[in-house]
Design a protein around this ligand. Sequence first.
Ligand SMILES: [Zn+2]
Length: 361
Amino acid sequence: MFAKTFGCCRKVYNLMLSDKIEGYKATGKFPAVTPAKYKKDYPYLKEVDSLALANKQLDLQEAFRNRFSKSRKEKNGFPKFKSAKHSRKSYTTNNQHGTVTIIDNRYIKLPKVGKVRAVIHRIPDNAWIIKSATISQESDGKHYISILFEFENAANPYVADKTNAVGLDYASDGLYVDSNGKVGTNHKYYRESHDKLAKAQRKLSHKQGSKKHEVKSNNYIKQLRKVNKIHRHIANQRLDNLHKISTEIANQYDIVCVESLNMKSMSNKGFGNGKATLDNGYGMFLSMLEYKLSDRNKYLVKVDKWFPSSRLCHRCGILHPEMKDLTIRKMQCDCGLTISRDQNAAINILNEGLRLLTEVA
Ligand SMILES: [Zn+2]
């Protein structure tokens, strides 16, 4: 039923898109389209969850809005037809008075599908209300359901203590260095998985189907699933680690000062560390920190990326132009201070962040 629903969603999306394009050719306007009109010609559409199809209509509307909106700086391209091979297999259904429910923390009930045995990763609170469920099949062949809940946010009376603050400096070889000199890292977990991945990919390259015009053998497809499974495992490990570290910081500190980074320019070749940057997901880490702190009535302060955090001596304030050279890992100042480049930057970010905070308050 999942496979059938993915297929029907794709079919309806493509039919609606095609009708919009044809309508535009005939009248000069994009007509409104709904999934309902296709059910006569394609009766099998009636067999799947109608809300899944209705949500595809919303997706298409969104795609058109993004294409033609004037306010967005970067417009999206014209909506594309979804191919059977390359499109993401997923659909979303909404909970209507209990049509989506979790049963005994072991099953999920879904419209048209019924009870599905599932591993529930996080037991929801009784007061939470299920809004929708998105069912997807990932490249490792497994099915996942992600459930959206709604709940009342209890007023949090906590007032942040502005003396309990820390500064973080981005570190390309780890994750960050904080103003106390502590290093937050990301890499120790999944070195092992990377070795496994390399091995699995090497094996894949020997199977029939790895070359461009070869017919893909069953063994190739089997091995590809294994490779994708390891990819997913690595992504999960990374996410898990980022969650752990960001939660720890959000629990420990009330004010966290960071440098706002332009991730695009950091990952470019000129910087010489593109791979490491993309790999450790610092941007994702910052957005986790932001919402976790805000949930606790605490603050994330972003210092301007042009602030010369790594070039100022935090003790006497003198500018050290030589620190522009990233290979210099220690700052030696005439005032007598010798400190690691990253910790000095983190202290400067902390001080600048606190200054900005008092300016606002
Ligand atoms: Zn100094």
